[in-house]
Design a binder for this molecule. Sequence first.
Ligand code: ADP
Ligand code: GLC
Length: 487
Amino acid sequence: MNILHMTSEIHPLIKTGGLADVSRSLPVALQSLGENIRLFVPGYRNLLAALNDTHEVMDSFPYGVLPAKARLLAADLPGSSIPLWILDCPALFDRGGGPYQDDEGQDWPDNPLRFGAFCRAAAWLVQNQHPSILDWSIDLLHCHDWQTALTPALLKFWHCPVPTVLTIHNLAFQGNFSASWINTLGLPAQEFHLESLEFHGQLSFLKAGLVHADAITTVSPRYAREIQTPQMGCGLDGLLRHRSAALSGILNGIDELWCPDNDPHLTHHYNITKKAPKALNKAHLQQRLGLEVSPQAFLVGLVSRLTLQKGIDLVLDSLDDMLADKSVQLVVLGSGDLDMERRLAHWNSRKPDQVHIALGFNEVLSHQIIAGADLFLMPSRFEPCGLAQMYAMTYGTPPLVHHTGGLADTVTPYQPEISPRRQQGTGFVFETAHSYELKSCFKIAKSCFHNPVEWNKVVHNAMKKSFRWDRAAQEYQILYNKLLKLT
Ligand code: ADP
Ligand code: GLC
C-alpha cells in the first residue's frame, strides 16, 4: 500500500530530538516489509541546503490553498531509497534558526501559519490525487505530532475518505494558538467548539488531530496508558479516554545506524562477543574532553535536550553529592533551557577535572558519549518512549532512569539482592522523580560498577536486549491493514 508520512523533522536533514530518528527509521522499516512509503517535510533552508539533488513536481499550488507562493519538490532521503516530497515555501521556511525557534530560542511567531500551511498542503495533496498532478496515489496518511495534526481534521472537513493515523511523540507539545488563527488558516468557524478545534478558548492543532484522526498511536504502551490519566494527560486525558478504542502504544525501535560494531563516529568498534574495545572508546572520550584517562573512573554520560521533562533539575540538585567522590567523572551534551545551561556550565568551572559540559547539538559527540561512558543518565520526569536509553543499552552503557513511560517499558531494573548469575537487570531504575531517589539509585549503580562480575552481567544483559524496528513496523502494518479494511 502507498503510505505518506508527514513530519517536521527527519534525520539526517533536520533534527531537534527523537522525532527525527523515528521519522527516518520507521519508513525504512516499513519499506523493508514491502510497503510503499513517501515522506512529506517542510522545505527549511537547512534541509534544502543539505540535499544535492531536488526536482520540481509542482511549480505552484492552486490559488487559495496556501498563504504564500509555494512549490512541491522531490528528492531521495539521503542514505535510503525513500522518496521525499518537500514543501518549498520560502516566505515560511527559508530562514536561519531552527525548525520551530529562532537563534535566541524563541518560537517563531508565525508557527501557526507555517505548520498550518504545511497541513493544508498535505491535505490538498491527499485530496487531489489526480494522475495529471501526482505520479503516486496515497492510500493512507500517517502524521507525527502537533505540527501535522490539523491535516486529519482538514480531511474530515473536506469529506476525504483517505484514512489517517496520528502518532503522539510528546503530548506536552500541543500547538495551541489564539483563536484568531481560525480565520487566517481558512478553517471552518463552526468547527471552533469543544468537540473539534477548540481547547480552552484556543485553536489546538494536536486536539484537532486527536478528535479527527482515524487512529491514534503513541510511542510506548505505558505512555499510552499514562496519558489517559489526569496526572499525565496534559488536559487531554478526557478526550484520550473517550478515544481509547482508537488509541494504542507501539514501542519505538532503534535504527541500525546505531550499532557499536560499525558506527562511523567511534574510534574502536565492539559488540556483545567482543566488548573490550568499549574501554578504548572511554579512554578516547576522556582524552578528547580533557578528563583524566582512567579506566577506574566512573564516567557518567548525559545527552539530552535540557528541559524539565528530562529531569535535568534533578541532576543539578544531585551533583554536589555525586561529584563529592573524586572518581566520578561527568560528561554532558545538550542544549535548551538557558538557566539549566548556565547552572551546568558552572560545574565546568567548579570541577574542571571531573566535569565536561558541552552545550549545543553535536551528533558525533553524542555517539562517542553513548559508547564511551560507563553509565548513561536519563532521569526524565516523563518520557513517551526515549531513544537515548535504548542506544545506551545497545552500546553496553547501562542507563539510570526514572520509572516512567518508555523508560519503564525498556529498562529492566538491576536488583542488588540477586546474584549475577540470575541477574536480569539492564540498568538502574528509581521510582519517584526526586533528587534523593536519583542520588540513592546512583550510589547503587556506582557500587555495582565497582563489582566487575555484577557490572559485566548488567552490561551483557543490556547489550543482549533487542530494540529492532521490524517488530514495531509490523504492528503499524497491522493497524494500516485494519484501517484499509484489508484484514
Ligand atoms: P527526545 O526526542 O524527547 O529529545 P529521545 O531520547 O527520543 O528524546 O531522542 C533524543 C535524540 O536526540 C537522541 O538521538 C539523542 O542522542 C539526540 N540528542 C539530544 N540532544 C542532543 C545533542 N545536544 N546533540 C546531539 N544529539 C542529541
Ligand atoms: C519525543 C519524545 C521521546 C520519543 C521521541 C520519538 O521527542 O519526547 O520520548 O522517544 O519523541 O518518538
